[in-house]
Write a protein that binds this ligand. Sequence first.
Ligand SMILES: O=C(O)CCC(=O)C(=O)O
Length: 292
Amino acid sequence: MNSFAFEDVSAYGVLKKSFTNTNIDKAVEEINNIGYSVIHSGLKDVEINTIANQFDLLHTQYIHTYGHHYLKNIDEQNTIRLPLAFDRCFLEIAANQVILNILERLIVGQFILNQQNGIINPAGEKYNQSAWHRDLPYQHFVSSRPIAVSALFCVDDFTIENGATYVLPASHKHELFPSDTYILKNAIQTTAPAGSFIIIDCMVFHRGGNNQTKKNRRAINHVYTIPLIKQQIDIPATMSEENMSAHLRKLLGYKHKVSKTIDEFLKSRKIFSSFHASEALTDSVDLSQNKT
Ligand SMILES: O=C(O)CCC(=O)C(=O)O
């Protein structure tokens, strides 16, 4: 056997180092450093199959509702906007505990679901997500911490052949879109089994590949952001909060609705301050725990 163990990471001159124990720790470290990571959702094969079937059913129903001709004209025929508004199984994916655990570590303070999109990379056809982009498009800034994170749920296996997502590692750390030569040299294609999440700092440049197979590649993309960034579709206005837990209401942005009038804003402030008082209490407990 080779006497140099591959896992042995020796170093010198190092004063500070990160340690990872869990898969969540590993994902958080990768997203912070290179801007992306792949992690399994923990869903069983039977659950992933159910989601895949519901995805197709919903797509058929969606096309029927909005019209294929109309959707094709606006290049929306391969997208389902906000699938969770139609079927609870998609809400459960948006609230997947693995993802929420990672987001809590990445985004300091509060975050909300900004958007959920069912996406289809069509077999043998041009794909509308195949051009490089950031999920906060038209933005060229660098932030010290993530303010928006995407979680792409793989409904199908993501393979080289069916156009698995390309990422440009660490591009969230640089304002500019790099040169063509740099991109061609450094882009990485992230393959992943169905049921995985590809998690990407929204400022990382990425794109879908070309699907050269005979089967569509399906995924459900989620963008989670700090509440200051407006939702793509006003989720609280689209869905009733009846029968929704406080935890889901928070995730879906019911606590961060835009006040329509000054009067409404002032009323929301009153409710907000009593909420603050209870949060402050929790914070102070945390802080005192940190001190000991
Ligand atoms: O299809 C993919 O792999 C990438 C999807 C994508 O870039 C997006 O939804 O923003």
